[in-house]
Design a protein around this ligand. Structure first.
Ligand SMILES: [Zn+2]
Length: 460
């Protein structure tokens, strides 16, 4: 768990405890532990609908809450029905847990720390940063701002205390280290988590790198993925910290396709650590490296293209500031140019033959992408506000949509088809046989926006 996130969550709880007029009351003889929230207005939107609901919050617990509508109806909602940002905002204000353990919360605000705003009296120029208490003196104040130190004479500036986003205080390198919290990501899942965090704090280059490792490690059919996975497993089985460190560095070199560096390191490990079991495992690694090196250049280009393309689309999907229209432009055009350049750099050839080799690929395998809740964006974009929906969709949903759009425009499409929406069974309305809807608009299925189906594309 990341220390600063823990601190942030604690702070949310503290603020909520001070500001919320919540009276802890068990409601009558109800078996549920509802807590009554008096005089609190609730305003929120349910997933997949474009109507906002308003009312007075009657009571709540960890799974659901009830509101009293202006029409005098008491209606119960489950937290998971709400669009993520609204659920996070309301839960935080009520002192409820906001993040799931170990998962980055896309809707959570960025972590902050107590800082200073320093305004120079002469020209009103402003600096933001955290005071370096050990360096400040009665005459001077020293702050750290985006990783750099600035010193001011107190008599020449005006100083205000305020909460700052951690991006304003630390350098990119420090932010990245805070994020890793001393732990080196090894598995595909760990790389994915670090990538999402990097993306949230604006470290786009690092995010893309971890997304690429995630894609590689998820594909054990590729020589690099298999090799890195193998070296990671070795790392688990050898206790010596120095061996672990060397194996980790070798894993990174293998994923970066730096084979001669990895082989040099392998020789060093063989020389310095003579354990028989380790030497046997290293023999296997050497065999795998030879196989990977013999891999033909064309196959390498095609497979690198798939991996890098997906990592670039994932990076775009997690850029929470990007508009839907810009993301579409990127998925159709921009990503092709960028992928060609990256692959060329990795493989060490020119960008234009890379694109030709990719386009002349043959294939024995197909991939499938499901647009899921985002199907309406392509099938019936008149149903609602596209940009608003995009803003609130999860990173995973956004990635599937970008991948689908890219595949439809740039890949060889074998089949475009539909799957019945599992939530409403294809009716587009709330589940048949279920309880009647409270609001007329609520009988539209929240997962498919009334479409009844999701769009599926099979391509290669
Ligand atoms: Zn549905």
């Amino acid at each position: 768990m990341f220390g600063f996130l823990k601190r942030l969550i604690k702070r949310i709880f503290r603020c909520a405890a001070m500001s919320v007029a919540v009276v802890a009351l068990l409601v009558g003889d109800s078996p549920q532990t509802f807590v009554r929230a008096e005089e609190r207005q609730a305003s929120f939107q349910v997933k997949g609908s474009f109507l906002r609901y308003e009312g007075r919050l009657v009571d709540f617990d960890d799974t659901s809450f009830r509101i009293l509508t202006p029409d005098g109806l008491t209606v119960q909602f489950y937290w998971i029905e709400l669009v993520d940002a609204d659920a996070a905002r309301m839960r935080a204000s009520l002192g409820l847990r906001v993040t799931k353990a170990g998962e980055p919360d896309e809707a959570a605000p960025h972590p902050t720390e107590a800082g200073l705003k320093v305004t120079r009296l002469a020209d009103k120029a402003e600096w933001y940063g955290k005071e370096e208490a050990g360096l400040s003196t009665p005459e001077t104040v020293v702050i750290k701002s985006r990783g750099d130190r600035f010193s001011f004479r107190r008599a020449e500036v005006q100083i205000e205390s305020l909460m700052l986003g951690i991006k304003d205080i630390y350098s990119e390198k420090e932010l990245y280290e805070l994020m890793l919290a001393g732990q080196v990501p090894r598995t595909a899942k760990e790389h994915l988590r670090v990538a999402e965090l990097c993306s949230r704090y604006g470290l786009a280059g690092k995010a893309e790198e971890h997304y690429r490792f995630y894609e590689l490690l998820s594909r054990e059919d590729l020589p690099e993925g298999r090799l890195a996975g193998y070296v990671n497993k070795m790392r688990e089985s050898f206790g010596d910290a120095q061996v672990k460190e060397q194996l980790y560095l070798m894993g990174v070199e293998l994923m970066d396709e730096e084979y001669s560096k990895a082989l040099d390191r392998l020789k060093t490990i063989e020389r310095d650590f003579g354990e028989e079991e380790l030497l046997n495992e290293l023999k296997e690694v050497r065999k795998q490296i030879d196989l990977a090196r013999q891999w033909s250049i064309n196959t390498r280009i095609v497979e690198s293209w798939r991996v890098i393309l997906r990592s670039l689309l994932r990076t775009k999907a997690t850029d929470r500031g990007a508009r839907y229209s810009d993301c579409m432009e990127f998925a159709v055009h921009g990503v092709v140019v960028e992928t060609a350049a990256r692959v060329a750099l990795r493989v060490g050839v020119e960008a234009s033959p890379v694109k030709e080799i990719w386009q002349s690929r043959t294939s024995d395998s197909v991939e499938t992408v499901d647009y899921g809740r985002g199907s309406w964006l392509v099938e019936a974009s008149h149903l609602g506000d596209v940009e608003q929906w995009w803003d609130r969709a999860s990173n995973a949903e956004r990635f599937n949509i970008l991948m689908g759009i890219h595949a439809e425009h740039n890949m060889r499409v074998r089949l475009k088809t539909h799957k019945n929406c599992p939530t409403c069974g294809g009716t587009g309305r709330v589940k048949p046989g279920g309880p009647p809807p409270v609001f007329p608009s609520k009988d539209q299925c929240t997962d498919c926006s009334g479409l009844g189906k999701s769009r599926v594309v099979i391509y290669w």
